[in-house]
Design a binder for this molecule. Structure first.
Ligand code: NAP
Ligand code: ZN
Length: 359
């Protein structure tokens, strides 16, 4: 008979899990594997709340395996190291993002693109190589192969820096890959949430002009005065949208729900690029005529590899980029999920795990 989550491994662990598609989270006892020769065990300090966590707890993508402990924006301290570990020592400040394992042999892994490995193991709601389920960062400890652990720069705040481990790399990687970093070019950021507000900051650090395209007029002042965007478009304002047609070189689309792509594509200039990062539960409609007539490109991108994630953390540390966060206690998690569903967060919730996870 299969062992219970609490008994399958030797290290006791405690976190909060969703147990069904109501998405409500509650306390959950489980266990973590022994610290293997190449592993580090990490005491979790902070964990960001990504919209993917919300999609997952509510089974919006249809593949949630309950109970699910979400969380893939993890910052913590190394408490144990296996005997072959070279990158880290006990006491180091580290990060863990969306993936915790991959095959290390395929074409993607060989190119430092473990995030596209067909055997990639996600930080939660996935199966480890030993066949047991992975559980994420809304919990006290995690055990990870050191290859998938990031050095967390000293001058990045551990709470506000945590969201970079998913939101940060998810917007940084396509900007690099699709050549969206040429200073002076004009970037549109659709959706000003966790991913979107980091895209604004990283876009400005690359020297781009940045326009936010949002459904929330009340975010305008902060987008410009706090986050540094150059301009703000409310997508439901037809006059302003019309005036902005043909003005953007690139768009990063972070919208989490089904939405029309046609208005975004029309904002692009000739040869413009629209990169979709949001993962709505249903397909979007893609109008072909404006793509063909303007030689435009629509692409996608999934987080980033470990090497590039380290590069992104170092880039953010150098440019003083972190997330704007609302720090919450673990007990407030269900309220935070409710607000996230309404796009009511400035601009990422981060759980103060170490100070609020009591059994
Ligand atoms: P978030 O904080 O909730 O931000 C999403 C934003 O989308 C909202 O703040 C809102 O911005 C806008 N939005 C929400 N509903 C909308 C609607 N019905 N129509 C138009 N705009 C709407 O979410 P996030 O954490 O940034 O994640 C965004 C999406 O990216 C999610 O689907 C998530 O699963 C996905 N994701 C993908 C990757 C990847 O590797 N590709 C990685 C992480 C997350 P405004 O208020 O400004 O309109
Ligand atoms: Zn995420």
């Amino acid at each position: 008979m299969a062992k219970s989550p609490e008994e399958e491994h030797p290290q006791k662990a405690f976190g909060w899990a969703a147990k069904d598609s109501s998405g409500l989270l509650s306390p959950f006892h489980f266990s973590r594997r022994e610290t293997g020769d190449g592993d580090v065990t990490i005491k979790i300090l902070y964990c960001g709340i990504c919209h993917s966590d919300l999609h997952n707890v509510k089974n919006e993508w249809g593949f949630t395996m309950y109970p699910v402990v979400p969380g893939h924006e993890i910052v913590g301290t190394v408490t144990k190291t296996g005997k072959n570990v070279k990158k880290f020592k006990v006491g180091d400040r580290v990060g863990v993002g969306v993936l915790v394992d991959s095959c290390k042999r395929c074409e993607s892994c060989q190119q430092d693109l473990e995030n596209y490995c067909p055997q990639m193991v996600l930080t939660y709601n996935s199966y480890s190589q030993d066949g047991t389920k992975t559980y994420g960062g809304y919990s006290d400890i995690v055990v990870v192969d050191e290859h998938y652990v990031l050095r967390f720069p000293e001058n990045l705040p551990p709470d506000a820096g945590a969201p970079l481990l998913c939101a940060g790399i998810t917007v940084y990687s396509p900007m690099k890959y699709y050549g969206m970093t040429e200073p002076g070019k004009h970037l549109g950021v659709a959706g000003l949430g966790g991913l979107g507000h980091v895209a604004v900051k990283i876009g400005k650090a690359f020297g781009l002009k940045v326009t936010v395209i949002s459904t929330s007029p009340k975010k305008e002042d902060e987008a410009i005065n706090r986050l540094g965007a150059d301009s703000f478009l409310v997508s439901s304002d037809p006059a302003k949208m019309k005036a902005a047609i043909n003005t953007l070189d690139y768009i990063i689309d972070t919208v989490s729900a089904v939405h029309p792509l046609a208005p975004l594509i029309s904002l692009l200039k000739l040869n413009g690029k629209l990169i979709t990062l949001g993962l709505p539960e249903k397909p979007l409609e893609l109008p072909i005529f404006p793509l063909v007539l303007g030689r435009k490109l629509v692409g996608g991108s999934d987080v980033g590899g470990i090497k590039e994630t380290q590069e992104m953390l170092d880039f953010c540390a150098e440019h003083g980029i972190a997330s704007d966060i609302e720090l919450i206690k673990m007990g407030d998690i269900n309220m935070a999920m409710e607000r996230l569903a309404k796009s009511d967060v400035k601009y990422r919730f981060v759980i103060d795990v170490a100070n609020s996870l009591s059994q």
